[in-house]
Design a binder for this molecule. Sequence first.
Ligand SMILES: [Zn+2]
Length: 128
Amino acid sequence: MAEGKFALVVNCMDGRVQAPVREYLCERFNVDYVDVITEAGPCKSISDNKDTEWLKALRAKIEFLAEKHGSKDMAIVGHFDCGANASLKDAQHEQILASVKVVESWGLGLSVIGLWVGDDWQATEVLG
Ligand SMILES: [Zn+2]
């Protein structure tokens, strides 16, 4: 097992959201490190929940990180002005919540939350 406490996040690849998400999750989960899987607008693709190679690969990455670093908590992120997801805030909030349900349904033993990074570039939790 690695030294320190880890959480993990499925974040967008957009550079503007990396720091606020890491800072939020370190505080929220009281962890030393946040492992990051970056994808293009992931909350849209995960919420589609199609049986794709992409989704299988994503699940494998989550399982790998959770096992490797003993993470118990993870987050899925959507954000303002996403180049890969033109959906507006309310629609993205629905996608984020649906994505949380998809990952929870995999039964990986991870607690999953949704995060939104708004036009102020601050991370806030999306509550169902
Ligand atoms: Zn994005």
